[in-house]
Ligand binder design. Structure first.
Ligand code: GLU
Length: 502
């Protein structure tokens, strides 16, 4: 156990087998909070020993999305540190050295069953009594036999010789969790390609990187017993463990990236699962952090809105819960709406630009002044995607405007083309307007309402459909000023041509 005088060192250890899952972001956040609160060190370690599952650009995306969230690391890729390298694929010599130590001490041994033989053993076990536990060979193969088999080209792994005793993990969230000796088998610590398994590399690295606290998802709880056994065998200290609740969808299923494939197959829009999905969908990092902080942690009072600084103040590992966390998308959306209203304008602007850039939207070319005006004109928006829906038409060519047939029918063609007729009259007036700014435009629309003795919507909506193609846009005066007179008139004329067509 680390003593209180030791500096707190925590780690986040993603595998570059995909983008950053929202659950991974929560793991990073909680570790980050532990580190920041204690004035400790946040280590980022890349667990990249599984060559087969490596996904090309995932590392850069993980780093980039972590930075976007504001979760920085003190040691790791691009930061350096005294305990590197921080990529497991660059630490093979270190693992080999400790592997040899276990082999020499008889605490690990070469095992030579082929995958087919193991399958057969599993089949037999299934028929006989159900569960399969790898039966330790007696006598154990010698090191020489293992090396000979390797030279013969056979698939040789290294297995850890588990002690014949119960193992207890002292979990700071869940309490003591004991597994009995008969629940363990001699698990693999080195694969036949010579790479260590996750268990082995993780234990060696946690020790050599002087990790004091391991905070990770409950799906790893049963791994921790193996890790404790390896720590004992290697003479390493055991860090403080804490296993956090797993994140579930509201329907009780586990929130996984397979949800996306399932939705696509069912012809539905894929749900956001990875941080990058949320970023692309126009969520704010502030809202995401605030929301995921509450997935499994609370102070017990009513406060729900937290900045990262406030979270750092309020956070404690003791208040992480035991029960599953539910991912309520409606709640996240409302958090995002609140954060969009609360964030200082320069920061909101920066976030909007990031959204525009990663989606490669035409608003990328807009000036800061214009973007600020758009943010103000759309105040109350839920996500940047909603904002984009409202203002995207400002940035496309007039010829590219597509009129939503439903909107045309409802707003323009209904009641014997009443909307078209009003639009026609509006065009004449707008054409004659010289001061093309918000308030004269609004006055013009109001005057028209009065003279026609009709509601604002009956005049404004036809214009809106004509200039935007749909029924949503900022207030009409603002919309037309932003679009400009020429474009407004061109679009209205284009829309009026539909009159003939309907
Ligand atoms: N690479 C592992 C994962 O992504 C790390 C697990 C751990 O924190 O030990 O699940």
């Amino acid at each position: 156990m680390p003593t209180s005088s030791e500096i707190v060192r925590v780690r986040f250890a993603p595998s570059p087998t995909g983008y950053l899952h929202i659950g991974g972001a929560r793991t990073m956040l909680f570790n980050w909070l532990v580190a920041r609160k204690a004035g400790g060190c946040m280590v980022l370690r890349i667990e990249d020993t599984d060559q087969a599952r490596h996904v090309e650009d995932s590392l850069q995306k993980i780093l980039d999305d972590l930075r976007w969230l504001g979760l920085t690391w003190d040691e790791g890729p691009e930061a350096g540190g005294d305990y590197g390298p921080y990529f497991q694929s660059q630490r093979l010599d270190i693992y080999n050295q400790y592997m040899q130590q276990l082999l020499d001490a008889g605490q690990a041994y070469y095992a030579m069953e082929s995958p087919q033989e193991l399958d057969r053993m599993r089949e037999i076990a299934k028929k006989e009594q159900g569960g399969f536990r790898y039966p330790r060979p007696d006598p154990l193969p010698t090191i020489e036999q293992g090396q000979l088999a390797m030279r013969e080209g056979r698939k040789v792994v290294v297995r850890c010789k588990m002690p014949d005793e119960d193992i207890t993990v002292h979990d700071s969230i869940l309490g003591d969790v004991t597994l009995t000796a008969d629940q363990f088998e001699d698990f693999i610590i080195q694969k036949s390609d010579g790479f260590p398994t996750y268990h082995f590399a993780c234990v060696v690295d946690d020790a050599l990187m002087k990790i004091t606290h391991v905070l990770r998802g409950q799906e790893h709880l049963m791994n921790s017993h193996k890790h404790v056994a390896l720590q004992h065998a290697l003479g390493f200290p055991t860090p403080i463990y804490g296993h956090m609740p797993v994140i579930f969808n509201l329907d009780g299923s586990k929130m996984s990236k397979r949800d996306k494939e399932k939705a696509i197959k069912a012809g539905l829009a894929p749900p956001e699962i990875e941080v990058h999905d949320f970023r692309t969908a126009g969520f704010l990092p502030e809202a995401i952090l605030n929301f995921i902080a509450l997935l499994g942690w609370s102070t017990g009072d009513d406060q729900e809105a937290y900045t990262l600084d406030e979270l750092t103040q309020a956070f404690s590992m003791e208040r992480i819960g035991k029960t599953n966390a539910k991912f309520d998308r409606a709640k996240l959306l409302s958090f995002n709406t609140d954060w969009a209203a609360r964030l200082p304008e320069p920061l909101l602007l920066e976030r909007l630009k990031d959204y525009a850039t990663i989606n490669n939207l035409p608003i990328c070319s807009a000036t800061d002044d214009l973007l600020l005006r758009l943010l103000q004109a759309c105040a109350g928006f839920r996500t940047f995607a909603d904002l984009q829906k409202k203002i995207g038409f400002l940035f496309i060519e007039d010829e590219a405007i597509e009129f939503d047939p439903k909107a045309v029918k409802k707003v323009l063609a209904k009641n014997d083309n009443a909307g078209f007729s009003i639009l026609n009259q509006t065009l004449t007036k707008l054409d004659a307007l010289e001061d093309w700014t918000k308030s004269p435009i609004e006055d013009l629309v109001n005057d028209l309402c009065e003279s026609l003795d009709t509601k604002m919507g009956n005049v404004a909506q036809p214009i809106r459909v004509a200039v935007s193609g749909s029924t949503v846009s900022p207030p009409i005066g603002e919309t037309l000023e932003l679009l400009g007179k020429d474009k407004t008139l061109i679009r209205i004329r284009k829309c009026l041509k539909l009159h003939v067509a309907v």
